[in-house]
Design a protein around this ligand. Structure first.
Ligand code: G
Ligand code: G
Ligand code: MN
Ligand code: NA
Length: 254
């Protein structure tokens, strides 16, 4: 309860901060997207990782206001980079299942984007399979609405949900993010290799981008290239870092 009160305060008092992790396109060597990942800069405890407060936010319903804060801040940061003429990449924002199920989600999201004045085409929403599967009829309507505004949709942690693949043909999806549990042992486990390879080829056939998540080692990258993976994210390239560090490290590549 105490932490819930503190988290509510944190959202209002701007104690949250966004880190960004780059996504690299292998064919060009260009960064194409930055995934926004929230942290809590606690006045006494210092930087707290999302695993320690996102579950609480979901249980308490605070995830709705937290999610709005994240989207607004991501848009404002994008606007600052546009203004400065740097880091001309898409920004990916994680949408939690509770947020996605909220019936006013798409309207609120569109409203926030319009208030910040940025082109929705600069945004990607990362949604998990389980969120999408919960209520297929409303999901179609929500995704179509977002897509018609120009927002891209990616499926986060792809492959670990208990879902049919049927949704892939019903929903406007731009990107599959292969869960890092498959990528981890891609060089030593032939089942992980087979699943990763299958997802990559599924992506090509459906003409959607495929991102391998959690790439930490060169040996993983080599195998991903052989399996014709097009984009990667992971510690090998960069962990999530602050906006300032992103500017210092990646601006010159722009
Ligand atoms: O950044 P890190 O790898 O520590 O994130 C841990 C988890 O927290 C990931 O599953 C990630 O999706 C989730 N997470 C991070 N930032 C956000 C956010 O802004 N919104 C939501 N809903 N989840 C987030
Ligand atoms: O669930 P989601 O994919 O949004 O989670 C992103 C999380 O993955 C973040 O917490 C981020 O810190 C973590 N992450 C990003 N790259 C790597 C990596 O190469 N290895 C590991 N172990 N975690 C990573
Ligand atoms: Mn994600
Ligand atoms: Na993921």
């Amino acid at each position: 309860i105490q932490m819930e009160t503190e988290l509510r305060k944190a959202i209002l008092e701007n104690q949250l901060i966004l880190y960004y992790q780059p996504r690299l396109e292998l064919s060009t060597g260009n960064i194409i997207c930055l995934e926004a990942l929230v942290r809590w800069n606690h006045p006494k405890l210092g930087l707290i990782a999302p695993n320690e407060f996102i579950p609480l936010a979901e249980e308490s319903g605070l995830i709705l206001s937290l999610g709005e804060w994240v989207l607004r801040e991501a848009c404002l940061q994008k606007a600052r980079w546009l203004e400065a003429g740097i880091l001309n990449y898409q920004i990916a924002v994680n949408i939690s299942p509770c947020q996605f199920q909220d019936e006013s989600f798409s309207d609120k999201a569109i409203q926030i984007i319009e208030q910040t004045g940025i082109d929705p085409a600069f945004l990607e929403f990362e949604i998990t399979e389980s969120s999408i599967m919960q209520n297929m009829d409303t999901t179609v309507a929500v995704l179509d609405k977002l897509c018609n505004k120009g927002i891209s949709i990616s499926i986060d942690d792809f492959g670990i949900g208990y879902s049919s693949l049927n949704y892939l043909k019903q929903f406007p999806i731009h990107c599959l993010k292969i869960d890092r549990s498959f990528v981890k042992n891609i060089h030593s486990n032939k089942d992980d290799w087979a699943i990763t390879n299958a997802i990559i080829h599924l992506g090509h056939a459906l003409e959607v981008q495929v991102v391998a998540e959690g790439v930490e080692e060169w040996s993983q990258l080599e195998i991903l290239k052989e399996t014709t993976c097009t984009t990667i994210q992971g510690y090998l390239l960069s962990p999530p870092v602050s906006a300032i560090e992103i500017e210092q490290t990646f601006h010159r590549n722009n």
